[in-house]
Design a protein around this ligand. Sequence first.
Ligand code: DGL
Length: 265
Amino acid sequence: MSIEKTSPIGFFDSGVGGLSVLAKFRAILENENILYFGDLKNLPYGNKSKTELVGFAQNILDFFESKNVKAVVIACNTSSALAYESIKNKYNFKIYPIIQSCAKKISNMGFSTIGVFATQGTIFTHAYKNEINKYDKNINVIEIACPNWVEIVEGIESNIDEHFDLKTKCSEMLKYNPQKIILGCTHYPYLIDKLTEFVPREMFINPSEIFVDFIKEDLEKSNLLNPTIQKGIEEFFVSARQEDFVKNAQIFYQIKQNPQIINLA
Ligand code: DGL
């Protein structure tokens, strides 16, 4: 099958976090056809090994390939940090990883100290630091892992004191006097109201906004934008916990049909 301009774009994440990217994407490109995969069977990604994450990404991209996508959006920082390098040359469609796609723009914003809140996996690889310092090695990037935040957003039971956990991470970050703090996990925008109890709202950068502009520009340059004017079709897939996905999806995005369960491995 040949890739067409009307072919769909695949988005994936461990759960509903990637819908925060899809929502921004929809605001600028209404007509693209979308497939969204939430890998709830393997959620959270933040504590998984590189080998596991490469395996998950490959399975998802193979699935998208079978659907003849023209591009895949890695709407997950952890997968971008740990899996992207290993899979980037294996497919004949475009692959957009969130961290690598946003780093240049972030490095050009004129800030000398930037904080990052992200999952353990993302912080462990120093993906934000390495990518930002590729463009400007003088930017001081402060990285803090927030291992429990995805579970909070996905409503997974734990004995974490949410208020205390958010407050502790914010105080730790503020000690370094960052000018901006990147929400380096696509689940975190959900926590913004709670985070602003401790840090002014304007200090946060949601990289999804930069990311979707980058994708649009690149599709345009590659002559891959869908020329049709009708609203795009959307299909949702999950690897487990269909009902939880439907319940949590509304945090970020109005999904109009139930997701199909797909067993990839
Ligand atoms: N939303 C993801 C990210 O941006 C994955 C988080 C997780 O499952 O731990 O990193």
